[in-house]
Design a protein around this ligand. Structure first.
Ligand code: 3HC
Ligand code: NAI
Length: 695
């Protein structure tokens, strides 16, 4: 097999090229090739300087993440980089695309760095639960100083070439032909007999003060709660400041290995690949033709419609927004404008962009104006009769081939499709609130949805900055179906003796941004109440029994919007405060229902709230509503703030142990007979085989 790395000569300059698509990741073959080509260049007397560059779209974008967790194959990346740094001839990195992670560390092992103006450079290892483990934490501070290095290593965000130049990370920015620029730079180095510039020999510039590390740690403590890697990154940079280079490298290695073996990094790497994998729908030919989507319409300018329209305007796609009344249209537009202006105030977009985006949203009251759009997303009231009226109209006016999508969160997408003569063109696009912010999009495939409609909507999700996950039709789809089970269990735990704040704390401590009750206060308690009341009217035999949360709603406690829900809220403050009034209502409920409260342990809360979701997730997989466990994981990460360092509900279950979870679920089912606790057949099968969902 030919090597992915080659050496050629341009007069007296050796050029080492890496060719390992798609991103020139530093797999074993690349490391070996880099080492061999350097040795050849050093042995060639005619070569006076060496350039390292990537072929295709990028300089190496990092170590090969697929190799992590497998036995290491020599040569190790830090050793290869040390050899580059020790080179007796000047080495210049010529960077285009994205020099990330190990890729940037290779560049830091060189004497000089030349970058194309469009290049981006960064150390994103922290996002995989790691730290730069090939000298990055030791060399970068010697080039850019402690504070800038902390920003790049702990933040993990890449910088553009111009910013890298300003930091001193890049020596020259080139526009046009990178290799030509790098050759000219190398020629200059040779002609001027410029000295080697080994970063290991440089002192760290600037004085950041002795407390810089403690300050930095404090500044990230809240945002990075539960993550391990950011704090290890700080420790590694501190080693650069306090130890000689060699010892610093050793400390970096220890911290890196610790992270590499941690469950947090395993989870974060799982999420990296899962996020990319969800776009590849099993059974859907990747060459399925796509329909063109150039113009879009949104029906309804309420909470969801407005946010959905913003996504398209943000992506530069014109969007018509239809309402029944002028007043509702104006209200919706005003909310959108306010949102954009707030973003502009924070400096994230310019005033000009506000106007450009507003101009892309065209309000209308007439269906007749929707004849030319390629996609319509309906976001009107959650009521089947209203949906029927809307889809009948869309069927009448929309051109053949237009995709008709519904944002319904609970209604049957197949029934909605049946209101049209073209069910093959209908599917669900379930956005999450706030729709302009939340990254998750559950794309719901109907019984008759055509493959090209699915492929088009999955592609479009990415185009508008969403992570689209394909799911099937069922009540609540994947995310809300699991969430509702957790919520019901949380309520039962309070019935039996736990306090709402105890339940919330257990899930907050697991890493959720908030507990189930703070979440229902944020969403509005009346939403669930209305659904339950509807069910009680329509299907009393199967409707949920009344519980203490119904009484809160009837007492006017709707959540944050009334400053009172399960918790109290002070004006302008979202912090939940336990409420004596609510305690009273709960006590009354218990006594009315003959319940003697008991002490409930945190462990029981954790198990019941989480295991019930695992069981439901397994049922969802069994029914084919989600194709793979990783689809469920991505939904929980991007739709509900599930802690990334736990990898998603199903990945978390694997880490706890599927057998252990199955046995507990079986035990609870035997005790309660509650159908929600009937172990899923998939779960039982995996437990029996000693397997996990993802492994
Ligand atoms: N290793 C292995 N595969 C990688 C990879 C890596 N470092 N980076 C990307 N890939 C793969 C992706 O899985 C994807 O594979 P697929 O086509 O089979 O799904 C393919 O390359 C293309 O990736 P994207 O779909 O993400 O392509 P984009 O063009 O959108 O983005 C990118 C390109 C910006 C390079 C992005 O892939 C990225 O951010 N990659 C990760 C970079 C990173 O984290 N580097 C650090 C690695 S850890 C490290 O270096 C440790 C060291 O310090 C010792
Ligand atoms: P909303 O009540 O805020 O907005 C609905 C809008 O639709 C109103 O402005 C109303 O005037 C308009 N409307 C009603 N009938 C119409 C018709 N025939 N033609 C045109 N416009 C009409 O409701 P919201 O919250 O935006 O929900 C809309 C849909 O999105 C529902 O199906 C809901 O289940 C779903 N959804 C809601 C989420 C949320 O968190 N609010 C999350 C995900 C989905």
């Amino acid at each position: 097999m030919s090597s992915p790395v080659s050496l050629c000569r341009d007069n007296d300059i050796g050029v080492i090229r890496i060719h390992y698509p798609p991103v020139n990741a530093l797999g074993q073959g690349v490391r070996e090739g880099l080492q061999r080509c350097l040795q050849e260049a050093l042995a060639d007397d005619q070569i006076k300087a060496v350039i390292v560059t990537g072929e295709g779209k990028t300089f190496p974008a990092g170590a090969d993440i697929r190799e992590f967790g497998k036995p290491p194959q020599p040569p190790a990346l830090p050793d290869v980089i040390n050899e580059y740094e020790a080179s007796s001839k000047p080495v210049i990195a010529a960077i285009h695309g994205t020099a990330l992670g190990g890729g940037l560390e290779v560049a830091l092992g060189c004497d000089y760095r030349v970058a194309l103006d469009s290049a981006r450079l960064g150390l994103p290892e922290v996002k995989l639960g790691l730290l730069p483990g090939a000298g990055g934490t030791q060399r970068l501070p010697r080039l850019v100083g402690i504070e800038a290095a902390l920003d790049m290593i702990v933040g993990g965000n890449p910088v553009k070439a111009a910013a890298a130049k300003a930091l001193g990370l890049v020596d020259e920015v080139v526009s046009g032909d990178l290799l030509e620029g790098a050759l000219a730079f190398a020629r200059n180095v040779i002609d001027e007999k410029a000295p080697l510039r080994r970063l290991c020999d440089l002192p760290i510039p600037g004085d950041s003060g002795a407390d810089v590390f403690a300050r930095f740690e404090q500044s990230i403590a809240r945002r990075q709660r539960g993550f391990k890697a950011p704090f290890h990154c700080i420790k590694a940079v501190q080693a650069a400041a306090e130890l000689p280079f060699e010892q610093g490298l050793q400390r970096e290695r220890e911290l890196f290995v610790e992270l590499l073996l941690s469950p947090e990094s395993a989870a974060q790497r799982h999420v990296f690949f899962a996020e990319r994998e969800v776009a590849k729908v099993p059974g859907l030919d990747k060459d399925t033709p796509r329909r063109d989507i150039n113009t879009v319409a949104v029906i309804g300018a309420g909470t969801m419609g407005g946010g959905i329209a913003m996504n398209f305007a943000n992506a530069g796609i014109p969007v018509k927004m239809l309402e029944v009344k002028q007043e509702a249209l104006e209200k919706g537009l005003a909310v959108i404008r306010r949102n954009y202006e707030n973003t502009a105030k924070k400096g994230r977009i310019t005033a000009e962009q506000v106007e450009q985006r507003m101009a892309l949203i065209q309000p209308t009251l007439s269906y007749d104006e929707l004849g030319d759009v390629d996609l319509v997303i309906e976001a009107v009231f959650e009521n089947m009769d209203v949906k029927k009226a809307v889809f009948s109209e869309l069927d009448r006016v929309c051109k053949p081939g237009a995709i008709l999508a519904t944002n319904t969160s609970t209604l049957d997408v197949d029934r909605i499709a049946s209101f049209t003569q073209r069910p093959q063109d209908v599917m669900g696009m379930h956005f999450f609130s706030p729709a302009n912010v939340m990254k998750l999009l559950e794309n719901v495939r109907g019984e008759k949805t055509a493959d090209d409609v699915i492929a088009t909507v999955m592609d479009l999700s990415r185009r508008i900055g969403k992570v689209g996950v394909l799911v099937g039709v069922c009540h609540g789809f994947v995310g809300n179906r699991m969430l509702h089970k957790r919520q019901a269990e949380a309520i039962k735990l309070v019935n039996e003796g736990a306090s709402p704040q105890q339940v919330d704390k257990v899930l907050f401590d697991l890493g959720f941004p908030m507990g189930p009750f703070a979440m229902s206060d944020l969403a509005g308690m009346d939403v669930g109440y209305r659904i339950r009341e509807e069910l009680r009217k329509e299907d009393p035999a199967n409707a949920p029994a009344r519980n203490w949360t119904d009484e809160l709603v009837e007492a006017g406690r709707l959540g944050q919007k009334t400053q009172a829900g399960v918790f109290d809220y002070k004006e302008g403050d979202r912090t939940p405060v336990p409420s004596p009034d609510v305690d009273g209502i709960i006590e009354q409920y218990r006594s009315d229902n003959g319940i003697t409260p008991r002490a409930i342990s945190d462990q029981e809360i954790l198990e019941r709230c989480m295991y019930v979701m695992v069981n439901e997730g397994a049922k969802i997989l069994e029914e084919g509503i989600a194709a793979r466990p990783l689809d469920v994981d991505v939904i929980w990460i991007y739709g509900y703030g599930f802690p990334v360092y736990r990898g998603g509900v199903m990945f978390w279950a694997d880490q706890v142990g599927v057998k252990k979870i199955h046995d507990k679920i079986s035990e609870i089912y035997q005790q309660t007979g509650d159908p929600v606790w009937k172990p899923s057949a998939r779960l039982a099968e995996l437990a029996e085989q000693g397997k996990g969902f993802n492994r």
